[in-house]
Design a binder for this molecule. Sequence first.
Ligand code: ZN
Length: 112
Amino acid sequence: MVGLLKRPLAPILCVKVKNSAKDQPCWLRFEGCTNDDTVVFAHFRDIRLGAGVGRKPTIWGCPACHWCHSEADRRTRTLEYDFVRKIHAEATLRYLAHLHETGVININEGIT
Ligand SMILES: [Zn+2]
């Protein structure tokens, strides 16, 4: 694997994080955001984080509605790529902090 992660994350952790998006609002809020019941976990795809196209079992991402998720995955391209990446990366960091604060994940357990 290329990048920072030398071993894959535990699948159970990835499922837990993915399922955490249920009942969350959209965390991307791009112009046109519908923030409705289409919100699911939108993976932040970066091969250096172990999540390229077709590889999604990671904890990197945040809840997003269908509209914003489509922009993040570039199925639609209404907004500029760099802007979308920046917002998605920031939301991913904030969502990881939220997951830690709410006890879904424990960042400290990963430190040895
Ligand atoms: Zn949205």
